[in-house]
Design a protein around this ligand. Structure first.
Ligand code: M6R
Length: 619
């Protein structure tokens, strides 16, 4: 959940680290800090609060030096104050460590270290690491870190400095990501690629239980037994401009507007004529022909994409598909075996629960396929096969373009499997691909209508805020949809909750009468997806039921649908006419925009909502 970075080269370490931390801020933003070596001494700067507080501090009190480590924190152990902010030091202030993860046995280690005379200052689990390194240090930071990390239980990615080895940084990882950025007479360590893209696109992915020592001239990788490892750098295709706001007020809005381009790029990448190709897949076609069932496992937004995937695959391939949240899957006894394809979906590829679910599925003998956005991420590398979603870096904590990229990839995977299993004919395959291409065009067309920041949805959001205040903050949101758009109801509610802090629930509309309808009076605002679909008539009935009980309705309808409009609905959002099966890609966009504008009305920090972090690498 935290972001870490290390730099060694000829540039100002402090400036390079701050720049990198800005790109990592989405991983944690309750405090930040850095340590820089200069003249054989480690200087420290740490501040609670967002990164701009540390940036201001460094303007007043700059740190000199060309080697340093930095951190943005998402607190687990210890409140987010200056003392608990990273980096943490050993007793003599010669070793500095930044850490992402949780050291589960820190209490036992701390007790032992205290008995041995070590002095602790913070409440963090991390602080045991510099003290352990201090204990084992005999003039070689890499070796001392290797011995120290061998005692750690839990998850970690760390960067360490020693003042006696002033141009060297040591990194180590177990279940938290760490990459090496390979530069010209400079090298980097970082939690992920955007932190270093300003300087290099050449990266080496560290594997679990590996350590790396970097200096401006050299990179040395070893495993936990001290054996040397040689690994070629990979090339990151992402462009740094993709990790900038490019004139948009927030990353979330930029990423919403990027979606048509993302879908278009995926199709360009994956289609050779009318055949779907997954170049990097590494799973034989026969497996897709022979599997008996599919299990899809994911968290949050990726879970909602998975649910939509179930509708796609069951309808077109007629194969049983189960969907589970990773945190549930991993702790029950999941029924998967060699006949099961287990698909793990994760934007970051680092979500701890999904990673453990993957390992659980492998243990049971299932074939595993990762659908990830981040190249070289842990889930992508541990699965038997991978399909990258090519959405580019997603910076806003609230996931938007990664979701539509996951949906697009799931459509393609469905066509691919369907074709191999002879469930989809060549003609049908061509028709489906055309519809998907059309969905990409329609999503672009629709977004054109929302370019003006004072658009219809922004106005509805303004009305909602007024209403909310009038109702003494009592109003809530309910999202109703059916069939293939039901997961979008969940996703719309999640988007609103996470950035507006307003209670919101997503429900299959048919379930209303089994309980939730009791919630309806004049307080909740009810978003109803009533686009032209096989469940359209049913949705109209549900709308009537809500209306009859005084609920305020925002209806998402197909353009030109007079029937809904004539029913005196409070608010209407039109989407272009689209094949029902492909509508989730388009329907989700107004839901994302609604959440965005409501949060904007309330003046919340949209890209960095409270208590959250982009990549959840702790359980
Ligand atoms: O990186 P992942 O896709 O595995 O992340 C899963 C969830 O943590 C993520 O989708 C989360 O729910 C987002 N904040 C939703 O906007």
């Amino acid at each position: 959940m935290c972001g870490i970075i290390g730099y060694t080269g000829k540039k100002s370490a402090a400036k390079t680290l701050i720049n990198g931390l800005h790109r990592l801020e989405y991983r944690g933003y309750d405090s930040s800090g850095m340590a820089v070596v200069y003249d054989g001494i480690i200087s420290l700067s740490k501040k609670p609060g967002k990164l701009h507080v540390l940036t201001d501090e460094l303007k007043r009190f700059p740190l000199e030096g060309n080697t340093g480590v930095g951190h943005v924190r998402w607190a687990t152990h210890g409140v987010p104050n200056e003392i608990n902010a990273h980096p943490h030091l050993d007793c003599k202030g010669q070793i500095a460590v930044v850490h992402n993860g949780i050291i589960e046995n820190h209490q036992a280690l701390k007790k032992r270290l205290i008995r041995e005379g070590h002095k602790f200052t913070s409440d963090t689990d991390t602080e045991v690491i510099p003290h352990l390194i201090e204990k084992y240090y005999k003039g070689n930071l890499l070796e001392a870190t290797r011995r120290a990390t061998a005692l750690l239980k839990g998850s970690y990615a760390i960067c360490c400095l020693h003042s006696a080895e002033p141009s060297r940084i040591v990194g180590a990882r177990c279940d938290s990501p760490l990459i090496i950025g390979v530069g010209e007479k400079e090298n980097f360590l970082a939690s992920d690629a955007p932190a270093i893209l300003d300087h290099t696109k050449k990266v080496i992915f560290l594997s679990n239980l590996e350590l790396a020592e970097i200096s401006p001239e050299a990179i040395n990788i070893i495993d936990y037994k001290g054996r040397k490892i040689y690994r070629k750098p990979a090339h990151i295709k992402w462009d740094i401009s993709q990790a900038e706001k490019s004139g948009f007020k927030h990353f979330m809005l930029k990423e919403i507007f990027e979606q048509p381009e993302v879908i278009k790029n995926i199709l360009k990448e994956r289609l050779k004529g009318n055949r779907v190709h997954f170049e990097e897949l590494a799973i034989k076609e026969n497996l897709f022909r022979n599997i008996k069932n599919v299990v899809i496992v994911a968290c949050g937004t990726a879970y909602h994409a998975s649910l939509t995937g179930k509708y796609m695959m069951e309808e077109l391939i007629r194969i049983p598909v189960w969907v589970d949240t990773s945190s549930e899957f991993r702790y029950r006894k999941p029924i998967v075996n060699k006949n099961t394809l287990t698909i793990l979906i994760s934007q970051s590829g680092e979500t701890a629960d999904t990673l453990h679910a993957l390992r659980e599925a492998k243990k049971e003998g299932a074939k595993t396929l990762a659908i990830c956005n981040v190249l070289g991420s842990s889930i992508a590398r541990e699965a038997d096969g991978v399909i990258y979603t090519h959405a580019g870096p997603e910076i806003a904590v609230a996931s938007t373009k990664a979701y539509t990229a996951q949906l697009t990839t799931l459509y393609l995977l469905t066509f691919y499997m369907g074709y191999l299993r002879r469930a989809i004919s060549g003609t049908e395959n061509a028709r489906l691909l055309n519809e998907l291409k059309k969905a990409a065009r329609l999503s672009k067309l629709m977004l054109e209508g929302f370019k003006n920041s004072d658009n219809k949805i922004a106005k509805y959001a303004r009305d909602f805020r007024k209403y909310y205040l009038k109702k003494h903050n009592k109003s809530t949101f309910l999202y109703l949809a059916r069939n293939i758009n039901y997961p979008n109801a969940l996703e719309g509610a999640l988007k609103l909750k996470e950035i507006s802090y307003i209670a919101a629930e997503g429900y299959p509309a048919g379930e209303m009468k089994h309980g939730p309808i009791a919630l309806i009076d004049e307080n909740p605002w009810v978003v109803c997806v009533a686009t032209k679909a096989k469940v359209y008539e049913k949705m109209l009935t549900n709308i009537q039921e809500v209306k009859a009980r005084g609920g305020i309705i925002i209806a998402i309808v197909t353009k030109g649908d007079d029937r809904v409009v004539s029913q005196n609905i409070n608010y209407i959002i039109e989407i272009p006419e689209i094949d029902d099966f492909f509508s989730p890609i388009v329907v989700v966009i107004p839901l994302q925009l609604l959440a965005y504008y409501v949060a904007r009305e309330f003046g919340y920090d949209i890209d960095q909502p409270r208590n959250l972090a982009k990549s959840v690498t702790v359980e």
